[in-house]
Ligand binder design. Structure first.
Ligand code: NAD
Length: 422
């Protein structure tokens, strides 16, 4: 593998994830048997999720839980509620979770779950019923030592509280370690809610420093204003970066002098969307990705930076808050153009790092101070950043290739030490 090697054609997150694994396997020279095992999830479950709606009618949704790997520990990964969820998307996200956990050296394998529906079209009571039914369907394959869900797109700490309660009811006692990203009052970790965004901001600032960019002279655009994008914009703003453009599913906004992230947050709390914010002008959402900023933070969904728009990306730094926002074809184009891409498995790993801290705290029934959580997070993100840039420079790889190779190497090592049963 070298940075110039043409990627396989990008057709979906799964083909991209498999092509990234192929590249790492060739670079590391791993055996075809180990490669084949890593290309395949260890276990997957597809379930029907019937929902009795508030009007008395019944609809049936599809749910999934994919456990990609257990070599380094229990499987770990988020739960996504979105109409775009399908089994291949969940397979790709589960594989990326394995690499992410290995890269930041937390003792987990990777998993992901999803239910195919639009949560915004449902009442809170319906969301609770979907969550409890989905949890009861996947109950045989999850557990605090087996597979630990967390929030992802369309889910939040309330969702985790319902999962914890459903699982605990089945066990007959409270099991706080079954999920992470719980409310603080149920054993959630201080600092977890903003951990992914904090990590995104740490690596964005390290990427700027590596390019000699002073954050107080830098500008950024953030796609997505949810759990990841909102606080990423806030932390970058707090570091002196001028956040010029922000978008969500309903629209995009731009202000060349900078958007007040706290005022935008208040607007979103009141209206549900960034659209219509009076501290900025409306922007065509597609133009957010090509805005004339120093750093672009895609923090919404996969496959948004493609071969069609990669030539027009203006930012010199792309920090992947979302999972899989850049297709492999776009990645090669950005590399050729000298754009520094901080890959998802590094950039957004802050969430799983603090999820791990939450699991440790839950299992020990002991809570750490928020400052302690944040310091340990920063230390882990910094260590992962330097391991990736050093490996990339040593082997002449892109940061994504280096991060994937480092992670795959750790998983293969664990797998080989344990041996193949029987
Ligand atoms: P979320 O549901 O809280 O927020 C998603 C945001 O994206 C919302 O603001 C939504 O309006 C916006 N969005 C959706 N479609 C869009 C579009 N077409 N254009 C612009 N904006 C759009 O989800 P989240 O938890 O913030 O997750 C976002 C991404 O980050 C996902 O890829 C997820 O897998 C990844 N991620 C999340 C975490 C976490 O801790 N939550 C950790 C690591 C990675």
């Amino acid at each position: 593998m070298n940075a110039q090697e043409p990627p396989l054609e990008s057709t979906s997150p799964l083909t991209d994830a498999l092509a990234q694994l192929d590249g790492a396997a060739k670079h590391l020279g791993i055996s075809s048997g180990s490669h084949a095992m890593l290309a395949q999830p260890r276990r997957e479950l597809m379930v029907s999720v019937p929902l009795r709606r508030d009007d008395g009618s019944t609809v049936v949704y599809s749910g999934y839980r994919v456990q990609h790997n257990f070599s380094r520990g229990p499987a770990k990964g988020g739960l996504r509620y979105s109409p775009s969820v399908d089994i291949d998307e969940i397979r790709a996200l589960a594989m990326w979770m394995t690499w992410k956990c290995a890269l930041v050296d937390v003792p987990y394998g990777g998993a992901k779950g999803g239910v195919t529906f639009e949560p915004r079209d449902h009442s809170k009571a319906e969301l609770e019923r979907v969550t409890r039914r989905y949890t009861s369907e996947i109950l045989p394959i999850i557990g605090p030592d087996v597979d630990i869900p967390a929030p992802d797109m369309g889910t939040n700490e309330q969702t985790m509280a319902w999962i914890m309660d459903t699982y605990s009811s089945a066990q007959g006692h409270t099991v706080p370690g079954i999920v992470t990203g719980k409310p603080i009052s149920l054993g959630g970790s201080l600092g977890r809610a903003s951990a992914t965004s904090r990590g995104v901001s740490h690596v964005a600032l390290m990427a700027m420093a590596s390019r000699g960019i002073d954050p107080t002279q830098a500008s950024a655009a953030v796609q997505g204003f949810g759990k990841v994008g909102r606080d990423a914009a806030r932390f970058l703003h707090d570091a002196g970066v001028t956040v010029q453009a922000v978008s969500d599913v309903d629209g995009a906004i731009f202000n060349g002098n900078g958007i007040s992230v706290s005022a935008l947050g208040a607007h979103v709390d009141a209206t549900g969307s960034v659209a219509g914010f009076d501290g900025a002008e409306d922007l065509n959402p597609a133009d957010l990705l090509t805005a004339e900023v120093d750093a672009l933070i895609p923090a919404a969904l996969e496959g948004v930076i493609t071969a069609d728009n990669a030539h027009d990306i203006h930012a010199g730094i792309v920090v992947e808050g979302a999972n899989g926002p850049t297709t492999n074809e776009a990645d090669a184009i950005l590399h050729d153009r000298g754009v520094l891409v901080v890959p998802d498995i590094l950039a957004n790993a802050g969430g799983v790092v603090v999820s791990y801290f939450e699991w440790v705290q839950a299992n020990q029934a002991y809570q750490w101070r928020e400052s302690e959580v944040n310091e340990r997070l920063k230390e882990r993100m910094t260590r992962a950043w330097y391991s990736v840039i050093e490996y990339a420079s040593l082997h002449r790889l892109t940061y994504r290739q280096a991060a994937t190779a480092l992670a795959v190497q750790r998983v293969v090592e664990a797998h080989e030490l344990r041996g193949l049963y029987p």
